[in-house]
Write a new protein. Structure first.
Length: 318
């Protein structure tokens, strides 16, 4: 398998990306990497050292200037049509690579992926899914940023994607689905949230009902559904709290149990609903997180997760 890695994305590019790639190449002998970046980023000493050590397992793809993190997605893609994000997405869409990992502009990555990679049949819009760590394991949280506003019908499709992902990645045969809301009662929330509740209740999914914010770390459900605006706030609030508690309790940093709560080590979010694999990791991702993103991509590809999700979605959306 060949995984494309955007070495120009993120706050610590290219050094953290290259070091993370080195960790993954040492750990897994069955992967190859396609490093995507400008000539200057590919010629810097960390990249050159990686190529000399693993040259037979690495290819390079020269791109243009990096797309700025603060750029609006559509305008940024127009202004930087040969950015590493665009070239990486194209490499996946043309099957030159099996997956793309980027720590760059997440909105631009979603738009570029949607433009160049086919969506699942009848899917309206893709969603970003993250694995939320909790007391008893992990909960699939989505959408965490792909779509800031969603209709009730789109929310049901997001729930279908999340349920399938939980089935094949978390090995949950009948995953439970919860709708993040301001209370457990079906009457809570704005009208489109109440309509979503009704549609989910009438669906073939194993719908638990509404869940509240404090239910997430308790893993009350296997899949927590919301729009991308809400999900991104939940995700970043949790990251901030994790960093805060690690700072005021430094001893927590040295316990194996708390490692999975450090967002800096998480592999990133998958863009679900596309026929090819795209993983968007944190803009502040350092080497361990990049290595974990490669691990996540490898696991997803080996399990043929996207193929199984496509079959599930076609069954749930005839």
């Amino acid at each position: 398998m060949r995984i494309a890695l955007d070495i120009q994305g993120g706050d610590y590019a290219p050094d953290a990306l290259v070091l993370g790639a080195k960790y993954a190449l040492k750990k897994y002998t069955d992967i190859q990497l396609l490093l995507v970046g400008s000539e200057s980023s590919l010629s810097q000493s960390p990249t050159a050292d990686l190529l000399s050590s693993f040259g037979d397992r690495i290819q390079t793809l020269i791109s243009g200037e990096p797309l700025p993190m603060q750029a609006a997605p559509v305008q940024g893609l127009r202004a930087f049509p040969r950015s590493s994000i665009v070239e990486g997405v194209k490499a996946v869409s043309t099957e030159h690579a099996d997956a793309l990992i980027t720590a760059g502009n997440s909105g631009a990555a979603v738009v570029a992926a949607t433009q160049h990679i086919p969506r699942l049949h009848k899917l309206r819009r893709p969603a970003m899914a993250g694995l939320f760590p909790g007391r008893q394991g992990e909960t699939v949280l989505l959408d965490v940023g792909a779509q800031s506003q969603c209709t009730p019908a789109e929310m049901v499709q997001i729930a279908q994607l999340g349920s399938s992902f939980a089935r094949h990645i978390l090995q949950k045969p009948e995953p439970t689905v919860g709708l993040i809301n301001m209370g457990e009662e079906p009457t809570k929330g704005p009208s489109h949230w109440r309509n979503t509740h009704q549609l989910l209740r009438d669906s073939s999914l194993h719908f638990y009902g509404n869940i509240e914010g404090w239910d997430l770390p308790l893993n009350k459900v296997d899949v927590a559904v919301c729009d991308g605006f809400t999900g991104n706030i939940v995700l970043k609030l949790t990251e901030g709290l994790s960093e805060f508690f690690m700072d005021i309790c430094p001893e927590l940093n040295h316990t194996p149990e708390t490692a999975r709560f450090r967002y800096t080590e998480h592999g990133g979010s998958l863009v679900l609903g596309l026929e090819k694999l795209v993983i968007i990791t944190h803009g502040r991702a350092q080497a361990v997180a990049i290595a974990n993103a490669i691990t996540l991509a490898r696991r997803t590809l080996l399990n043929q997760t996207l193929m199984h999700m496509k079959e599930d979605f076609e069954r749930l959306s005839p």
